[in-house]
Design a protein around this ligand. Structure first.
Ligand code: AR6
Length: 170
């Protein structure tokens, strides 16, 4: 239960084995954290993404990190929030699960996630945090996972969900 920590800051600055990107199905970049990652990684990231043929919602694909301090980028496509009756919760859990499946396959030890789907895709933050924490803690990946939030308020939300999960398991 100690593998997950919550931090706050710019995920593109983290020197971890992989950062996760909150991408869209094209995998060809966009705004938010996706834009920041492509900008920091450089043109070669876009060129590798062009070869990937997109990605379905809830699935993940890995590339190199290029100019980033992170060695790899695991691109995952979160669900757009449509009110909660379009399988959004399961699809969001699948993002965390499939990204960690890849991290395990690649034998990585340190992975950082942004708060997938909670920006442009409008997923409610409390529910997103609950799903992220639960899915990460349940996953057999045995390295260190960091939730890299982008605001102190988001950090508090994720920390509260992590504390609740830990107290339920004690
Ligand atoms: N480091 C960490 N977190 C960040 C950073 C950063 N540098 N920048 C933003 N965030 P979003 P989504 C946070 O919109 O909701 C893109 O256009 C942000 O505050 O980036 O999954 C893609 O191409 C928020 O909490 O991703 C897709 O089209 C979180 O990252 C679409 O947006 C996610 O916000 C995906 O939407």
């Amino acid at each position: 239960m100690s593998k997950l920590t919550i931090s706050c800051g710019d995920i593109t600055r983290l020197a971890v084995d992989a950062i996760v990107n909150a991408a869209n199905c094209s995998l060809l970049g966009g705004g938010g954290v996706d834009g920041a990652i492509h900008k920091a990684a450089g043109k070669q990231l876009f060129e590798e993404c062009l070869q990937l043929d997109g990605c379905a919602t809830g699935q993940s694909k890995a590339t190199k990190g290029y100019l980033l301090p992170a060695k790899h980028v695991i691109h995952t496509v979160g669900p757009i929030w449509r009110g909660g009756h379009a399988n959004e919760a399961e699809l969001l859990a699948s993002c965390y699960r499939t990204a960690l499946d890849i991290a395990k396959e690649l034998n990585l030890k340190t992975v950082a996630f942004p708060s997938i789907s909670t920006g442009a895709y409008r997923f409610p933050k409390e529910l997103a945090a609950e799903i992220a924490v639960k899915t990460i803690l349940e996953h057999p990946f045995d390295g260190e996972v960091q939730m890299c939030t982008f605001s102190p308020t988001d950090k508090e939300i994720y920390q509260k969900k992590l504390d609740e999960a830990r107290s339920q398991n004690n």
